[in-house]
Ligand binder design. Structure first.
Ligand SMILES: [Zn+2]
Length: 200
């Protein structure tokens, strides 16, 4: 009974579940996991806020996306990457989300601070996705991509993000508009939004 074991250090990922289970011993996967913590950045106050934090995050996000393309079955060349692939990537990230998004059938739909747990899924918060797309859009062009071919700037991606925002806003009982304004006045923390945001 001998099985041939696959080499483990070469970024072979056959399905998403592997990523989480092997983050401790694989460098490539660490890049993935760093992207997956996008929504928790602001909860790590001890990391000194250097001016290049955005740049570092952008580089990590870009590496993560490139790795995603490499691990795609079949592998995808960046030049062939479309907005559909970007949307697929965003949906893939959802499994690592930490934001409770209530289904329409949940009794807590629209309630900001539910009094009890429920079985609704955890997702990536809209603010995290929005900021992520902003960084990847910039990175794409910094890495030689043509602006007119930028899949991160595609209309389909914009519409998708808008839908996510609308639904999460309703589902979580949160108005992102108000939140934004308040955050500007305070000049301070939004739990799940990094500063790179703005799409329009
Ligand atoms: Zn729920």
């Amino acid at each position: 009974m001998e099985f041939i074991t696959k080499p483990s250090g070469q970024g072979h990922i056959s399905f998403p579940g592997n990523i989480i289970s092997s983050t401790s011993n694989n460098n490539n996967n660490l890049q993935i996991s760093s992207c997956l913590t996008i929504s928790s950045i602001s909860s790590e106050p001890r990391v000194h806020p250097t001016p290049s934090r955005y740049e570092n995050q952008k580089r990590r996000d870009w590496n993560t996306f490139c790795q995603y393309l490499r691990n795609h079955r079949p592998p995808l060349a960046l030049s062939l990457c479309s907005s559909a692939n970007v949307l697929e990537f965003l949906r893939y990230l959802d499994q690592f989300g930490k934001t409770k998004v209530h289904n329409q059938t949940c009794p807590f739909f629209g309630i900001q601070n539910p009094p009890a747990p429920c079985r609704c899924p955890l997702r990536q918060a809209w603010g995290s996705l929005d900021a992520l797309i902003g960084r990847l859009r910039a990175a794409y062009e910094e890495n030689g991509g043509l602006p007119e071919a930028n899949p991160f700037g595609a209309r389909a991606v914009r519409l998708f993000l808008r839908d996510v925002r609308d639904f999460q806003s309703k589902s979580r009982g949160i108005s992102y508009e108000k939140k934004r304004k308040r955050a500007k006045q305070k000049g301070a923390s939004i739990d799940d939004q990094s500063p790179a945001g703005a799409t329009n």
